[in-house]
Design a protein around this ligand. Structure first.
Ligand SMILES: Nc1nc2c(ncn2[C@@H]2O[C@H](COP(=O)(O)OP(=O)(O)OP(=O)(O)O)[C@@H](O)[C@H]2O)c(=O)[nH]1
Length: 357
């Protein structure tokens, strides 16, 4: 059909749930579809775009990946997202499908609402909001409100909502969903997975498609083609912020902080990972990811930490113009001790060097 709207899928979900992994798998199975990707990340390092560009998948040309780096997409809709979409739609070679990966801290509601902007609504429709959940983290109670530090924070500041920032985001991202993917099913047995499914389904009072996956491996037909036209319904899926805004609360991401640590080369990756586990536990780091230089290795080492779970792998050789270096983005709740974390990460790389010598 000549004037058919281009479908756009919004992939959301908390930090480290597996959004990029799922998209990477989707691109590998795109079957000739031309997919344009818009990626938004919290933190200054652009790891997700790098990971996707480094994946060597044929359908994943750098041209088709647009990174939005000026803050969280839900707060920069007008300045960043709408112009990016408009530019994408003006391209001669228009995509068959647009996939948008939100930052792990984004509220999907303002993003989806932007599809009602006049310039966009005539050309694009939201095919669906897919919310990726770290089912293992939910089963471990990561998003429940019994977090000591947060309870203390709320006790000290009664203007804070009754729920933790993690819990609110968890709920808001589910409320916006057309489909929820309970990811990391490989880490759970049937009974725990079922408990997470019941928790998620209980968050909304409408029928919600909930499926499970490991490593985001799902047929592309399951993810794309929902035909939901979510932009027409998003007004009825209000976030905590929208509900509170009516009585004066401003939305921002002040509940979370991120910074980048530059450190030395990592001679002993196993020792480094063990040290990172301690640092993450000591400082309650929510997410840590980036790249490390390893002496004697031509490849860069990707480090991906979600809570206490840390994956490392070499993804590609350092480029000719690239200086091998170690740079990691750290994301946690506002008030985490940046200086101590930086010092500990730098000490860990130094220790790893000594251990290997
Ligand atoms: N065991 C297990 N690990 C997974 C699965 N999916 C993703 N991971 C790992 O979880 C980590 C985070 O995955 P990402 O795909 O980067 O998560 P994300 O949601 O894009 O993260 P942010 O963009 O930082 O919010 C990586 O180390 C992945 O390898 C899964 O199903 N099972």
């Amino acid at each position: 059909m000549l004037n058919a709207k281009i479908p756009a899928t919004v992939i959301t979900g908390f930090l480290g749930a597996g959004k990029t992994t799922m998209i990477r798998n989707m691109l590998a199975n795109a079957g000739g579809r031309r997919i344009a990707l818009i990626i938004n990340e919290f933190g200054d390092l652009g790891v997700d775009g790098e990971v996707l560009k480094g994946c060597g998948v044929e359908n994943c040309s750098e041209d088709d990946i647009v990174e939005l780096t000026n803050g969280c997409i839900c707060c920069t809709v007008a300045d960043d997202f709408v112009p990016t979409m408009t530019a994408l739609l003006e391209r001669e070679n228009r995509p068959d499908h647009i996939v948008i990966e939100t930052s792990g801290l984004a509220l999907p509601q303002p993003l989806v609402a932007a599809f009602n902007w006049p310039d966009i609504r005539t050309q694009v429709t939201v095919d669906g909001v897919v919310t990726v959940i770290d089912a293992a983290a939910v089963a471990d109670g990561r998003f429940a409100s019994d977090h000591d530090a947060l309870d203390a924070q709320r006790a000290a500041d009664d203007s804070l909502d009754h729920e933790s920032p993690l819990e609110e985001l968890f709920e808001d991202q589910i409320r916006a969903a057309d489909m929820v993917v309970l990811n990391k099913a490989d880490l759970l047995d049937e009974a725990r997975l079922e408990a997470v499914r019941a928790n998620v389904a209980g968050q909304v009072d409408r029928p919600l498609k909930v499926i499970h996956a490991s490593h985001g491996e799902l047929p592309i037909e399951v993810l794309l083609g929902l035909g939901a036209a979510t932009e027409e319904q998003i007004g009825a899926r209000k976030s905590h912020h929208e509900l509170h805004h009516e009585d004066g609360h401003e939305h921002d991401h002040d509940d979370f902080d991120s910074f980048v640590v530059a450190a030395g080369a990592v001679a002993d990756p196993d020792g480094f990972v063990a040290a990172l586990k301690r640092i993450i536990a000591d400082h309650d780091v929510l997410r840590l990811k980036g790249f490390c230089a390893v002496p004697g290795k031509p490849m860069r080492l990707v480090v991906q930490a979600v809570g206490q779970r840390i994956d490392t792998y070499f993804d590609r050789p350092w480029g000719a113009g690239e200086q091998p270096s170690t740079r990691l983005v750290v994301i946690g709740l506002h008030g985490m001790d940046r200086a101590a974390i930086e010092a500990a990460v730098r000490a860990a790389t130094a220790e790893a060097v000594i251990a290997a010598e």
